[in-house]
Write a protein that binds this ligand. Structure first.
Ligand SMILES: Cc1cc2nc3c(=O)[nH]c(=O)nc-3n(C[C@H](O)[C@H](O)[C@H](O)COP(=O)(O)OP(=O)(O)OC[C@H]3O[C@@H](n4cnc5c(N)ncnc54)[C@H](O)[C@@H]3O)c2cc1C
Length: 811
């Protein structure tokens, strides 16, 4: 066994084997994998091992495509062929128009990744799968490349290729401890000795938190029991003359694929069970949970009704094994929050199909610092302090119960709600607020017109359209108040704070006291990493001179890690998170100044306190820090208040607002107004796949200001020219917004992808942002949006269609 290596991957299931193999493909061959038993002795050994292209966003589709390409290549390798039923095809069934609409959207989104799904009607489903009845069926989504693979052979093939490239695999070698040293390197302690290394990777499946505990972290992953059975031979399958396509059924919650001349049927029962919550028997190796088919009777009835041939088939094997889930159902693949040189590839619930792609993206992150796709949807830092195992278990149960029922836009399911609240949450609930969830925070979405108001979930416009329009009208013509909780805030102190910020931002960072600025941070490839406001607070009785770095609610762990990584040892810079201590109240509209003046002393006139100024004050009796900033495009003040005083500030503002007809507004109204200003959203429009020039942020870049993170790479990128351009679009449709991920077409050619879309109530325009081929980025260029299967005209328009002079927000 080596005593020193570059990377130790812990765990020899699909996650670990794929990571090891892909590290060698990225050029790192001094790497090892350590497995406590034999390879594939965790969940991988008993997987149903279906391999589909279907994903909820382009990153997921892209990584699944990689798996399929790789598995096909492995299957065709004459030196070590493996069993892979590639291209049996698969159908996701639908019995509601909403599901069909969603499938049309996912087909449009996948086309941008060169993946071609087909939406088919019920008769066509039955033609392609001769065992199914069309009762209570509208149609389905066809994935032509769906199939299944032998999981043990797959892992052995990956390990074999990795070994050939120089990697080593140590079986029957349990990891017993992890020690990190002052230089951020690690010692991995095993039953057979220590291995020193630069980087560790946790790929331990359902034992993720045993290994997490060795490095003092807790991962939001929990396991569910999951069952399938295999039938005896079915004559109709034997005689069909072709393999049966796979089925996934959101109506009755099962999946089904051919196994020999019978079927494999897996269940997602409502009466489901978590597993291993109180610890896992160390001897649970190549093991299963006891069968419990009574739990799945309801699901089974649905499957019998759809496939009557099942009724004549005997069951010959039942498999019940643990499967891991996270809070939002997607795995955790990337850097471990708060740790250096530590990565994970955990929480895989469809790991056989996805594992090839996850290992590929993780290896890229380890070797290059970033992957070819934006990996935020997989980033372990996307959850923050609220992400504990109890919350994960609640969400896992909910997710399992809805396995094949995708989320609609704006849909937030009920499990695990109220994870993060402020003193205003119950107050606003009593005032009729409907809440959305942002990184665990309950944030007001809109104010319901009546207590029983329940909009239909849809990819089109729904009943909230007029509700949001009224909130926007009130902000545009009078004044509105909104709570924006969970906004990430890092306090930066120390004599070198400005020099530090100059180095991590790609543009000018204001050093003037009492001023606020907006800026962008790049990664080392010159791509957009983060967006933040920087507020310079002078020394006062509330603290030393300091900077408040403010960014999107979910970015807390991500941005803190990035800032810490880019600090230099001898710099006088100190970072402190205030995210959970302060909340923002946004006062917006032409009458905002009148309301603020009525409850906070001082001169708030545009001359004395203009746009981009910040000042400490009291709102009523509440200490507050007020910034003249606007995300709505109207005159607006961000009023930052410590949570202990939030209710007092709220009452003072409500009282002062009464005379001016002030009303509450929510996140939906903010979303439509920011679209009309062409303001961008982090991880929607601002992603690591594009540089700031491609993203239209030229005015925020100063290449001549001296060195900054990402500058060298950006200069090179600039000389290569843009691959895509972010544009504003007008969509000629009144039936629905341009949904993120949807494809823009010129004939049969995909020329762009939507990143955000919403109706602009002040402009009366259906607006979108999209990355398009540079040849299509000129003002007036026309293309077609594939909007849930309908082609609608999309035209490039100048950015900022509402008040392009910014006169209203500077008023
Ligand atoms: C019944 C069932 C059906 C499924 N069907 C499908 C399907 O059709 N398609 C699909 O894509 N997915 C399916 N899955 C899910 C899929 O099998 C898993 O997502 C995948 O196998 C997880 O792989 P993994 O490598 O993350 O974990 P595992 O396979 O559990 O591997 C983790 C490894 O880490 C090792 N390890 C743990 N602790 C230590 C330690 N201290 N030191 C060293 N090594 C350690 C373990 O021994 C184990 O080998 C199914 C799962 C189940 C239960």
């Amino acid at each position: 066994m080596k005593s020193r290596t570059k990377v130790v991957v812990i765990g020899g299931g699909i996650a670990g084997c794929s990571t090891l193999y892909h590290l060698t493909q990225e050029g790192w061959t001094d790497v090892v994998l350590v497995e406590r038993n034999e390879l594939t002795s965790g969940t991988t050994w008993h997987s149903a091992a279906q391999v589909t292209n279907f994903g909820m966003n382009q990153t997921m589709v892209g990584l699944k495509s990689h798996s399929i390409r790789l598995y096909k290549e492995l299957a065709d390798d004459p030196e070590y062929p493996i069993n892979y039923h590639h291209g049996d095809g698969g159908i996701r069934l639908a019995n509601t128009e909403g599901q069909m609409q969603g499938y049309h959207h996912f087909a449009s989104m996948a086309r941008g990744m060169d993946v071609h799904f087909e939406v088919i009607d019920a008769d066509e489903c039955a033609r392609r799968h001769p065992l199914i009845s069309t009762d209570n069926l509208i149609g389905g989504l066809w994935d032509p490349l769906d199939g299944d693979i032998d999981p043990a052979q797959l892992c052995q093939a990956l390990a074999r290729r990795a070994r050939k490239a120089g990697a080593e695999v140590y079986r029957n070698t349990p990891v017993t401890g992890l020690v990190q040293h002052g230089d951020d390197t690690w010692t991995v302690q095993t039953e057979h000795g220590d291995i020193d290394c630069d980087i560790v990777v946790n790929a331990c499946g359902y034992r993720v938190n045993e290994v997490g505990a060795m490095m003092g972290v807790h991962h939001p992953v929990s396991s569910m029991e999951h069952q399938y059975f295999l039938t005896e031979e079915i004559s109709a399958i034997r005689d069909a003359g072709h393999r049966m396509p796979l089925l996934r059924c959101p109506i009755s919650d099962y999946y089904c694929r051919q196994e020999k001349n019978g079927l494999l049927l897996g269940f997602y029962e409502q009466d489901c069970k978590t597993w291993g919550m109180d610890g896992i028997d160390p001897n649970f190796v190549n093991a299963l949970c006891p069968d419990d088919l009574d739990r799945v009777t309801d699901v089974l009835e649905g499957a019998f009704a759809r496939m009557p041939a099942l009724m004549e088939a005997g069951i010959h094997t039942v498999v019940n094994g643990p499967i891991t889930y996270t809070i939002d159902g997607a795995p955790l693949v990337g850097p471990i929050p708060g740790k250096r040189n530590a990565f994970c590839i955990i929480g895989l619930r469809a790991g056989l199909g996805e594992g090839g792609g996850h290992g590929w993206l993780l290896a890229q992150q380890i070797v290059h610092g970033e992957a070819c796709y934006d990996t935020w949807c997989l980033d372990p830092r996307r959850f923050t302090g609220h992400a504990n195992v109890e919350l994960t278990a609640l969400k896992a149960i909910e997710d399992y119960q809805n396995e094949f029922r995708f989320h609609f836009p704006h849909e937030h399911r009920p499990a695990g709600r109220l994870a993060k609240t402020t003193p205003l949450t119950p107050v606003q609930a009593s005032e009729g607020a409907e809440f959305t969830v942002v990184n665990g925070w309950e944030r007001v979405d809109y104010i319901k017109p009546s207590p029983d108001f329940t909009p239909t979930h849809s990819f089109g416009f729904d009943e909230t359209f007029d509700v949001v329009a009224a909130e926007v009208r009130n902000v545009q013509t009078g004044v509105g108040l909104a709570e924006v909780n969970g906004f990430n805030r890092i306090e930066i102190t120390g004599a070198d704070r400005h020099a530090f910020l100059d180095r991590v931002f790609c543009g000018p960072v204001t050093r003037r006291e009492a001023r606020v600025g907006l800026g962008y941070l790049l990664n080392h490839h010159g791509m957009v990493k983060a967006e933040a406001t920087v507020a310079n607070l002078p020394a006062s009785d509330r603290g030393l001179a300091r900077v408040w770095y403010g960014s999107a609610a979910a970015s807390e762990f991500h941005d803190m890690d990035w800032l810490r990584q880019n600090m230099q040892g001898d710099e006088d810079v100190h970072l402190r998170s205030l995210t959970n201590d302060q909340t923002i109240l946004v006062l917006a509209g032409p009458k905002a100044r009148l309301v603020l003046s009525a409850c906070a002393r001082g001169d708030w006139s545009a001359e004395v306190f203009p746009w981009l100024n910040v000042r400490e004050c009291f709102v009523g009796i509440a200490p507050a820090t007020v910034m003249n900033l606007s995300f709505s495009g109207e005159l607006a003040y961000e009023i930052h208040v410590p949570n202990a005083s939030l209710y007092a500030a709220y009452l003072a503002l409500r009282q002062a607002g009464e005379a001016h007809g002030m009303r509450l507004f929510g996140a939906r109204a903010v979303e439509t107004m920011r679209m009309e200003k062409s303001f961008l959203h982090w991880k929607a429009d601002l992603i690591t796949e594009f540089d700031p020039f491609e993203t239209g942020l030229d005015r925020f870049v100063r290449l001549n200001k001296g060195d900054f993170v990402g500058r060298a790479a950006l200069l090179k990128r600039q000389s290569d020219g843009p691959r895509k351009k972010l544009v504003s679009l007008q969509i000629l449709s009144k039936s629905g917004p341009a949904n993120p991920g949807a494809s823009l077409m010129q004939g049969d050619q995909v020329v762009g992808t939507i990143t955000s879309g919403e109706w602009g109530h002040r402009t009366g325009l259906n607006l979108a942002h999209a990355f398009v081929d540079p040849a299509f980025s000129g003002i007036g260029h026309e293309m077609e949006l594939d909007s849930c299967g309908q082609r609608v005209r999309a035209t490039v328009i100048p950015a900022c269609p509402y008040d392009p002079e910014f006169a209203r927000m500077k008023a």
